[in-house]
Every structure is written in structure tokens, then in C-alpha cells.
Design a protein. Structure first.
Length: 668
């Protein structure tokens, strides 16, 4: 309901603005972009009558009071579109403004009369008045031109048709720049963009347990031992080294090997059971080293081109200092003991969750935020957050916004294998990247449907998937039964379907696939509950393939964004084909993967040659970047055969045929 008393000019604004996109939940949440990325804004704009409209996208960095403008162009059916680029970290705002453009309307009517041979003497005077009004609103340096044009329109010797052709475009620019803002309708919301660093959009994660990095079987690994692994991890092309929790581990209810309640004296316990008499979330496990060792590792990793990602698990062991000092933060059972974590049939006797409904929730929130601040002060900019869906959603909205206000380059990966709407809401609240259901999407139709969903607005505007084929908690049935080819298949899919992906390090490289028991996704002899031995100079079955796929991703920008993914027809349900396009829409890379780890699969692939800039009458070269093989193809339909024992995938780059003056053919 419009109140005419609120704005004396409201009745003069005739343009209607609706269905603005991108807009998340009516502007409640921001969209996400990275530095240098564009935002394409669309809106429906219309008005009564037949007058001509103009419209702009207004956008600004939140720290800058002045708006910048980008002109919207009219598309079909009153839909308008414009694009702006975000170039600074932090929050940006944008909105849409539209108005009935008197100059554009006058030009259109004048041209129609000229085509009809009608007298336009009066129309020229109308135009002169419009130009004088523009001059009155213009900056002094810009007022001269519209005044001169007005004088020309008042000339008795005017040729209106020549005048329009001479000054029409420039006049339109002046008309937009110096429009009458009192008559312009501005969209009733200012929408937001969170602008993240480039690594939010493109990353390859490698998970490594520091305690498993010892060169000696006589002691657990330390943070100093992790440093010896940095060259190998970097050489494989990863740019994020993710460490599970590095804090002291509780003694009470400590789990034994394979998650058994009974434990041996030397069992190290789960790193996620955080806290002991040595300290809690702001301490380093004494066997791993000191805070100084950690800071040194962060610097050495940066020198190797790696970012250290630290796991933040907001939960405690029963021995955590928080339990002693702040018992009000935890839920009590009727017998007075603290309730431990449960996810039936799983029980986590060694972990007690925080009670986000406690009366002391404000002090709890402040303390939990201070955990992040503690590690930020020690050089961490990337966090993997454990099970955020089991903590207060309102807490995350507040905490992440507060942290990123001070440090807009922070990255938060949400490890939330939960219901879709909860997963999506966490992304809206500010998590930079998200775990997802990729690990369990195996069939062709499942993969196509899922990645089509992830790539479609509005989801694609706020959720960045980070694809993990395995984790310390997840050894899927596909990996258990498919051997090395299954691991290679899932690697290629993860690395080429998404711009962010990760692997649970040496266990994946070594193709470890033994479950704890039948129908379980838990690893046998899980590294979560015991110390393994991973040598920095070891060679694993997938090591070379991982290095090749990461090099391909680094050398081809189409893999560095989730945009431009399109699935292609191939006549075999065991073969998945998809292309990656440039910003101009050209098909640059085509990946074909055999989804069957046990058999050779073949099929005919259909390529959209109109998007490949290839001559359909000439042969062209399909260069497989994975194996180095080269195939001569012709036309849009070609044969593909993949043996999973050799290579379950192709990553094709296409080269057109060029003939030299000496009739020598080569491909570029």
C-alpha cells in the first residue's frame, strides 16, 4: 500500500521494477563472486503508455558512498540486462533504477514523424526544451554541449534528420547521466554481493594427519615433520594443505582403534575429541609441537605455494577446560552428567557438544568466535569447519559476518553432509565453499541431474561446491569395489566437474579401499583412531595421475570456475561427456569419463561444432591432455573408447588444421 504522504514525488514515478535477479530470498542473503568476476543483473521494467524507458544498475563497494552506473539493455518481453564487475574484497551493493526517458521518447517520436514526412518544427522546439533542462542539471563542464544543441534545434534552417544522426548517441548518454532523479523509480532493495579472493573459486585440497608424518615408527609425527611433505604435495599441484584438528586430545572415553570403546594405553584417540589438561581449541597437542612450530609451518607452506587450512570443530572432549570452567555451556542429563554427542546408531562418547540454547549463549558465542580469531592472528586464512549444521545457524550468520568484516579474504569450508535445505542455508549464511553429495553420485543420470542443479540459478549464485571423493569418514561402496580404476574415475570427475575439489591424501593416492565391516563406509584401521606412517618420499599408485590432472586445471582457465559446464550427448550410459566453455561461449575442453571401473566402454560423442570454431569440412585434432594421445576427428560425431585399466578418462583439447605454403599440415 503506497502512502502518498511519505514521498511527495511518488505519484510521478511511473516505472515498475520487478523480478530482479540475482536476488536470494528477497534480498535476505548476498550472492557470491570473486575479485574480477562479473555480476549479470536482470529485471523486468515497464510503465503505462508507450513512452521509452531507460535503466541502470547502480553498484558500489560498501565502503564507498558513491554509486557507479552501468546501463541496462532491453531484451525481449520487458526484460532488461546489465553487467558490472566486482574488483575489491568485501561487501558490494547493487540495485536497479529505471525511468521514462523523455529524450529517448522524443527521439523515437521525431524519427517516426520524419519517416512519415510530417512537419517537425514544433517537435524540434520540444527537443530544445529537453536539452535546456539537461543543461540545468549538468555539471558546468558538461552544460555547454546540450545548450549548443538546443540552439541548433531552434535554428530556422534545421535539418532534423541530419541533427538526429549527428548527435543522437551523445544526446542519449547525456540524458542518462543527467536524468531527473525525482522521476526515476529505484528498486526498493539494495542487494549484496560478497566478493571473495580468487582461491574461493579455484582450489585443490590435500588432507594430511600431522601425527602420521613421522619418519620413525618410534614416535608420532609432528608439525615439523609435516614440513618434509610440503614439496611433494606442492609438486602434485595442490594449493591447500588441510590439517585435521591439531589440539590436545581428551583422555576420558577416548576411543580405541577402529572406533572401539575399549582402548590400549598407547591409542592416540580421535583428533576431533578436543581438549585435555594441556589445553583446548587454542593449544597445540604437545606431541605435535608448539605454537611457534605451527606458525613456522604456515610460513614454510606459503613459500611452497600452499595455504594451510585448519579444522575447527566446535565440540569438546569431557576433559576440555571449557567443561571445567563453563559447565553452563553444556547440556546435562538427568543424572547430572554431561550429554555426549550422538547420531544414532553412532555414538561419540569422547565428544560433548555445546548447548546453543543455554542461558549463557552470548558468552559462548563470543568465546567460539575468539577461537577463529586466535588462529587468524597466527596466519590462518582458510578454515574447514566440522559439522556446522549441528551448531546454531544464527551463530554462524553472526560469527562469519563479524570475522569477514575484519578479514574479507577468509575462506570457510562447510563440512555439512546434511539435508539439502540446511546445506544450502549454511552457504547463504556465509560459508565460502560446501561439501556436498558428489561422493554418492555414481550413475550418469545422477551426475547430470546433480551438477545441473548445482549450476542453475539461484543455487549457483551462493553455493560453491567442493568435491571430495573420499574423507576419513567416507569410503564409498564405489571405491571399495572398483579398485584403482574407481579411484581414478572419481578423481577425474571431482577435478573436472568442479573448480574446487579435495582428497583425503595418502589414503586416496594409495587407493586404500578396505571397509571396517560389510555395509560400512568407515575405513578399516582408520587414521582417525590410530597413527599411520606416510613417508614424504613415497610413491603411490595415483600420484602421477593427480599431478597431471592438477596441471591441466592450472593451465586451462575454464577449469577455474564452476560456470560454463555443459553435458554432451554420448550414446552409452556408462560414458559421461561434458564440456567447459570460455566466457565467450566457445567450447574449449571436453572431458569423457568411463563410469564403469571394470569394463571397456565405447560410444559415439556428439560435439556442438558451432561453439568450437572448427571447419566442419576439415579434420581436426583431439588432443588428450591426460595421456598425451592425439586423434584425428572430422565432423560433429566421433568414436570414443575407454579402458579403465589404462585410463578411464579423456580430457580433450581441440586443435584446428592449418596448411602451410608447402602444403604441410599441422594443428594449432
Amino acid at each position: 500500500m503506497i502512502s502518498l504522504l511519505e514521498d511527495e514525488d511518488v505519484g510521478r514515478r511511473r516505472v515498475i521494477i520487478e523480478s530482479v535477479s540475482p536476488e536470494i530470498d528477497g534480498g535476505r542473503f548476498p550472492i557470491k563472486r570473486v575479485i574480477g568476476e562479473s555480476v549479470t543483473v536482470e529485471a523486468n521494467l515497464f510503465a503505462d503508455g508507450h513512452s521509452q524507458l531507460s535503466a541502470v544498475v547502480l553498484h558500489r563497494d560498501e565502503t564507498t558512498p558513491e554509486w557507479s552506473e552501468v546501463t541496462l539493455s532491453a531484451a525481449a518481453n520487458d526484460r532488461w540486462r546489465g553487467v558490472f564487475v566486482v574488483e575489491r574484497l568485501g561487501i558490494h551493493r547493487y540495485t536497479v533504477e529505471g525511468w521514462i526517458d523523455p529524450v529517448k521518447s522524443w527521439q523515437s517520436e521525431l524519427q517516426a514523424k520524419l519517416r512519415a514526412g510530417q512537419d517537425v518544427a514544433v517537435d524540434a522546439l520540444v527537443g530544445a526544451q529537453l536539452l535546456e533542462a539537461i543543461a540545468s542539471r549538468a555539471q558546468p563542464r558538461d552544460a555547454t554541449a546540450p545548450r549548443d544543441w538546443s540552439a541548433e534545434l531552434r535554428s530556422p534552417n534545421l535539418s532534423a534528420g541530419v541533427w538526429i544522426g549527428k548527435w543522437g548517441v551523445a544526446l542519449g548518454e547525456f540524458s542518462v547521466r543527467y536524468r531527473d532523479h525525482q522521476l526515476a523509480t529505484r528498486y526498493h532493495r539494495e542487494l549484496r554481493v560478497i566478493v571473495d579472493p580468487l582461491r574461493a573459486q579455484f582450489s585443490a585440497w590435500y588432507e594430511l594427519f600431522p601425527r602420521s608424518c613421522s619418519p620413525s615408527p618410534e614416535r608420532p609425527g609432528s608439525l615439523k615433520d609435516v614440513a618434509a611433505h610440503l614439496p611433494r604435495v606442492a609438486a602434485m599441484g595442490f594449493n591447500v594443505l588441510y590439517l585435521p584438528p591439531i589440539h590436545p586430545i581428551g583422555e576420558s572415553a577416548r576411543k580405541g582403534r577402529n572406533n572401539q570403546l575399549a582402548r590400549q594405553p598407547n591409542d592416540p584417540g580421535s583428533p576431533w575429541a578436543i581438549g585435555s589438561r594441556e589445553g583446548g581449541h587454542k593449544a597445540v597437542h604437545p606431541e605435535l609441537g608448539t605454537l611457534e612450530d605451527f606458525c613456522e609451518l604456515v610460513e614454510r607452506a606459503k613459500a611452497s605455494g600452499l595455504e594451510i587450512a585448519l579444522d575447527i570443530a566446535l565440540q569438546c572432549s569431557p576433559d576440555h577446560p571449557y567443561v571445567r570452567d563453563h559447565p553452563e555451556w553444556f547440556r546435562k542429563r538427568p543424572d547430572g552428567t554431561i550429554q555426549y554427542a550422538q547420531n544414532p546408531p553412532k555414538e561419540y562418547q569422547d565428544i560433548v557438544p555445546f548447548d546453543f540454547e543455554c542461558a549463557g549463549w552470548r558468552s559462548l558465542w563470543d568465546e567460539l568466535k575468539s577461537i577463529f580469531e586466535f588462529w587468524i592472528a597466527r596466519g590462518i586464512r582458510t578454515f574447514r569447519v566440522d559439522n556446522p549444521h549441528t551448531k546454531s545457524l544464527l551463530f554462524w550468520e553472526w560469527c562469519l559476518a563479524e570475522l569477514k568484516r575484519e578479514q574479507p579474504d577468509l575462506i570457510f569450508l562447510a563440512e555439512a553432509f546434511t539435508r539439502p535445505k540446511v546445506m544450502f542455508h549454511l552457504a547463504k549464511l556465509g560459508f565460502t565453499q560446501s561439501y556436498n553429495y558428489f561422493a554418492w553420485r555414481n550413475r550418469k543420470d545422477e551426475l547430470i541431474d546433480y551438477f545441473t542443479e548445482l549450476g542453475r540459478a539461484p543455487l549457483a549464485d551462493y553455493l560453491r561446491p567442493n568435491l571430495w571423493p573420499n574423507t576419513p569418514d567416507i569410503l564409498t561402496e564405489f571405491l571399495q569395489i572398483g579398485g584403482r580404476p574407481a579411484f581414478a574415475i572419481r578423481l577425474i570427475l571431482a577435478a573436472t566437474l568442479g573448480s574446487n575439489y579435495g582428497i583425503y591424501g595418502p589414503a586416496f593416492e594409495a587407493c586404500e579401499n578396505r571397509p571396517r565391516e560389510a555395509d560400512s563406509e568407515e575405513y578399516l584401521n582408520s587414521e582417525k583412531y590410530e597413527i599411520r606412517r606416510w613417508a614424504p618420499d613415497a610413491s603411490y599408485p595415483l600420484q602421477d595421475l593427480i599431478a597431471r590432472i592438477n596441471r591441466i586445471r592450472s593451465e586451462n582457465p575454464v577449469f577455474q570456475s564452476n560456470r560454463g559446464l555443459a553435458f554432451l550427448p554420448i550414446d552409452n550410459d556408462q560414458l559421461l561427456a561434458y564440456g567447459r566453455s570460455t566466457d565467450q561461449g566457445d567450447l574449449a575442453i571436453v572431458t569423457v569419463v568411463n563410469l564403469d571401473p571394470t569394463r571397456v566402454q565405447a560410444g559415439w560423442l556428439d560435439l556442438p561444432q558451432d561453439r568450437m570454431r572448427l571447419d566442419p569440412n576439415q579434420t581436426y585434432q583431439a588432443h588428450d591432455l591426460l595421456t598425451g594421445a592425439r586423434f584425428l576427428w572430422r565432423g560433429p560425431r566421433n568414436y570414443v573408447e575407454l579402458d579403465p585399466a589404462y585410463s578411464p578418462g579423456h580430457v580433450f583439447q581441440f586443435r584446428r588444421r592449418v596448411r602451410t605454403e608447402r602444403d604441410f599440415d599441422y594443428y594449432v
